[in-house]
Design a protein around this ligand. Structure first.
Ligand code: ADP
Ligand code: MG
Length: 322
C-alpha cells in the first residue's frame, strides 16, 4: 500500500542524499559504466540520474515500483552473500511514494518504456524509443510529507550530504565514470579508468592526493590497502576517512579508531587523517543486513582486522622517517 511505502520511505528516504544513493546504487547494480547525476536545489526541486546499464524490460517496469520486487535475490543463500548493493526491493517504491517520478528505460535492442509515478500511483506509461539504460527524474521530493521537509537542514547541508555520497560511490567504483552537477555547475567528474588515486585527486584535489602514500598488508583473513595522508596533512574533520569493504563503502567507528591509532603520537589531538582504505575479506565474515541503508556493518574477527590496520599504517608512516 502507499501508506506502507511512505512508512518504509521514512527509513530508506530520509533526505535527498538517500534518494541519490539508492538511484545510483541501482545504476551500479545494472552494470553501468557511466552514471551522470544532476540535482537542482540540493535535490529538493529535482534529482536526475542517467545510466547506461542493462535497463528494465518493458514488462517488468511496473513491477520495479512494487514493494519487495527486487530482481536481485534469487536464492536464500544470496541473503548471506550479498554482492549487489540493493537487495530489499524497497527503494523505488519508497521514493515514488513521496515524490513525482518519471523513468525512461530500455534494454538492448528493445523499444523502451516511459513511466510517470506520483505519490505511489502510476499516472502514465507508454513505449518510448531510447538507447539502452535508464534515466530517473525525481521531482518535488516530500511533496506529500511536509513533516519530513521541515526536518531537513539547509540547502548547503543537504548538498554536502549528496556530494559526500557521490564521492564515496565514486571511490568504491573506480571503473565507473561519474559526474555530479548541482544547479548546472559540475562538482565532480571521474574518468572510470579504475585508477583510485585519480578519483581521490578528483575529490580531494591534486595536492592532497600527491601528499598521500599507499600501503598494503594482509593476513590469513584480511587484505588491507589504500592511501593515507602523512601526519602533517591532516584535517579537522573525520569525514575524510573512507572504508571500502569488498568494494562497499561502510561506516565503522572501531576501524576509524584503529586507523588513528596507527598514527600513534604523530597525529595531533583533534586532527584526522585523509584516508581511503580498501579491505578485502570473505563475504561470510560480513553481516551487511544490519540497517536498511546498509552502511553500518558487523565484521567477524574485528579485533584482528583493527590490529592489522593499525600496524600497517604505523609501519607505512614510520617508513617516511618523519
Ligand atoms: P533493489 O535495488 O533492492 O532490488 P529497488 O527498489 O531499488 O530494489 O529497485 C527495484 C528493481 O528495479 C531492481 O531490482 C531492478 O530490477 C530495477 N531497477 C531499478 N533501477 C534500475 C536501473 N537504474 N537499471 C536497471 N534496473 C533497475
Ligand atoms: Mg536498489
Amino acid at each position: 500500500s502507499v501508506l506502507a511505502d511512505q512508512i518504509s520511505a521514512g527509513e530508506v528516504v530520509e533526505r535527498p542524499a538517500s534518494v541519490v544513493k539508492e538511484l545510483v546504487e541501482n545504476a551500479i547494480d545494472a552494470g553501468s559504466t557511466q552514471i551522470d547525476i544532476a540535482v537542482e536545489d540540493a535535490g529538493l526541486k529535482q534529482i536526475t540520474v542517467i545510466d547506461n546499464g542493462n535497463g528494465i524490460p518493458a514488462d517488468e517496469v511496473e513491477l520495479a515500483f512494487l514493494r519487495h520486487a527486487t530482481s536481485k535475490i534469487t536464492k536464500r543463500q544470496d541473503l548471506f552473500q550479498v554482492v549487489t548493493l540493493g537487495f530489499r526491493g524497497e527503494a523505488l517504491p519508497s521514493i515514488v511514494s513521496v515524490a513525482d517520478v518519471t523513468m525512461q528505460t530500455a534494454i538492448r535492442d528493445q523499444p523502451g518504456t516511459w513511466i510517470h509515478v506520483k505519490g505511489g500511483k502510476i499516472l502514465a506509461k507508454k513505449t518510448a524509443e531510447s538507447r539502452q539504460g535508464t534515466k530517473v527524474t525525481v521531482n518535488d521530493l516530500f511533496f506529500n510529507t511536509p513533516a519530513r521537509l521541515k526536518y531537513l537542514s539547509s540547502v548547503q547541508t543537504e548538498l554536502a550530504a549528496i556530494t559526500d555520497i557521490v564521492d564515496r560511490l565514486a571511490l568504491s567504483h573506480t571503473q565507473i565514470a561519474f559526474s555530479l552537477t548541482s544547479n548546472g555547475r559540475e562538482l565532480l567528474h571521474t574518468a572510470g579508468n579504475g585508477n583510485l588515486k585519480q578519483v581521490i585527486s578528483a575529490i580531494y584535489g591534486i595536492n592532497a592526493a600527491r601528499q598521500m602514500v599507499s600501503f598494503a598488508k594482509e593476513d590469513n583473513d584480511f587484505k588491507v590497502s589504500g592511501f593515507v595522508s602523512l601526519p602533517k596533512l591532516t584535517r579537522a574533520s573525520r569525514n575524510y576517512v573512507s572504508f571500502l569493504l569488498n568494494g562497499r563503502y561502510v561506516k565503522n567507528n572501531r576501524l576509524s579508531r584503529a586507523l588513528i591509532a596507527g598514527y600513534g603520537s604523530k597525529l595531533m589531538v583533534g586532527r584526522y587523517p585523509l584516508a581511503v582504505i580498501e579491505i578485502k575479506l570473505d563475504p561470510l565474515l560480513v553481516d551487511v543486513n544490519v540497517h536498511p541503508t546498509k552502511q553500518e556493518v558487523k565484521i567477524s574477527k574485528e579485533d584482528q582486522l583493527c590490529e592489522l590496520l593499525s600496524a600497517s599504517v604505523y609501519q607505512r608512516i614510520a617508513q617516511e622517517n618523519l
